[in-house]
Design a protein around this ligand. Structure first.
Ligand code: KG4
Ligand code: ZN
Length: 375
């Protein structure tokens, strides 16, 4: 009999529920995104996020159960994101998870959202019958996080989904997360919110457009595995200020977005070659920094695998660059599919499985932890 865990995720702006069997088999995964609500503010508004989670949580959980063809009573445990995240948002998922666990007399499993992102890589690998070898270096790169961990299992040869892992933080951003830099640069360029997906596509469409400015390597004193993106964002800002000829097209794009024309196909004709070259140069700098520091960590720590997860892991150039690095170095690089890269509850249910198996449980006293550390 398989162990079926209902996962609940509400740490940021996605209300999500999923059912996963034995930590690896996704029976259902439902994600209700709030992007349309936060878009006009250019970022997530915590107060609106918690209110929306409250509105969506019950239907989202019902839909996850219905598409897994399960009744609530057939679920073996409830896994819920404890943190890190927005405290008001987390509380909605936690309160609902606690209530379900209490009412159904099922175990309640608290999950660290970042551990969920790591499990997303294993969920994806499982689909193709693979399991990344441990120890691994894991890059979690999203709108809220850019952090490097090493991931160990007590017995690294054991690839069982029920094995508990341990983590060590080896690097992190000193300022902005990479996704945050994407979102801020997109805002400067009048390209709307969130910025990652549109900048990703514009960079790919840049063709042979030359970079109007060059962004060199970001130097960091101290830990060579730390990241920094705010200087890059500021360099884009200064370049735009020094070149007022960008203003007209920025205003044209802002006007298009205000009319609801925010699709890539609608924005591309409003971008000059100079803008496309700028976007690609920005992306080159972000990708270069992420790939160089992560692969350096894997090589120096002697780990055979690199895991990459979080919203920015959906970026095509980042994937291609890691694949190139893998071909050149022999390091195995694993990504979740784009749907499992961004926030979802399947990864929470998967991360709950080894905790359930090892009796790492919570009770009704479980509280949200906005800055819950993984290591
Ligand atoms: O993991 P996620 O859904 O939420 C958290 O921030 O935890 O990540 C969202 C972030 C946003 O900053 C978004 O701009 C970025 O991921 N993103 C991308 C891409 N898709 C999403 N960044 C670069 N390229 C993409 N294709
Ligand atoms: Zn996340």
């Amino acid at each position: 009999m398989s162990v079926r865990i209902l996962g609940i995720e509400s740490s940021c702006d996605e209300t999500a529920a999923a059912v996963v069997a034995d930590g690896r088999e996704i029976l259902s995964s439902v994600v209700a995104s709030q992007i349309d609500i936060h878009r006009k503010y250019g970022g997530v508004v915590p107060e609106l996020a918690s209110r929306e989670h409250l509105r969506r949580i019950v239907p989202v959980v019902r839909e996850a159960l219905a598409s897994a063809k399960l009744d609530l009573r057939e679920v073996d445990a409830i896994g819920v994101t404890q943190g890190p995240g927005l405290v008001g948002s987390l509380l909605v998922g936690i309160t609902y998870g606690k209530t379900l666990a209490e009412t159904l007399a099922k175990p309640l499993v608290p999950v660290n959202h970042l551990e969920g992102h790591i499990h997303a890589v294993f969920l994806e690998a499982h689909k193709s019958g693979a399991a990344p070898a441990l120890p691994a270096v894991c890059l979690i790169v999203s709108g809220g996080h850019t952090v490097l961990y090493n991931v160990h299992s007590r017995d690294d040869a054991n690839r069982d989904a029920a094995a508990l892992w341990s983590y060590g933080k080896i690097g992190q951003t000193r300022d902005d997360a990479a996704g945050e830099a994407y979102d801020k640069v997109a805002k400067l360029l009048g390209l709307g919110y969130p910025g990652g997906p549109v900048l990703d596509r514009l960079a790919a469409a840049a063709g042979d457009a030359p970079p109007p400015v060059k962004f060199g390597r970001t130097k960091i004193k101290g830990n060579a595995y730390d990241f920094s993106f705010s200087g890059l964002k500021t360099a884009v800002l200064y370049h735009l200020r020094e070149n007022p000829d960008y203003l007209e097209e920025i205003e044209a794009r802002e006007a298009a977005i205000a009319r609801g024309q925010r699709k890539f196909e609608q924005l591309l004709p409003l971008c000059s070659r100079k803008t496309l070259g700028l976007v690609r140069e920005f992306q080159n700098a972000v990708v270069r920094q992420l790939v160089e520091r992560t692969s350096k960590a894997a090589a120096e720590l002697g780990t055979p695998s690199i895991l990459v997860s979080g919203g920015v892991a959906a970026n095509r150039q980042l994937r291609a660059a890691f694949e190139q690095c893998s071909a050149a170095t022999g390091l195995q690089v694993y990504f979740p599919s784009p749907a499992l890269s961004t926030d979802n509850a399947a990864m929470i249910a998967a991360a709950a499985y080894p905790r359930l198996k090892n009796h790492v449980l919570a009770d009704v006293r479980l509280n949200a932890s906005a800055s819950l550390p993984l290591a």
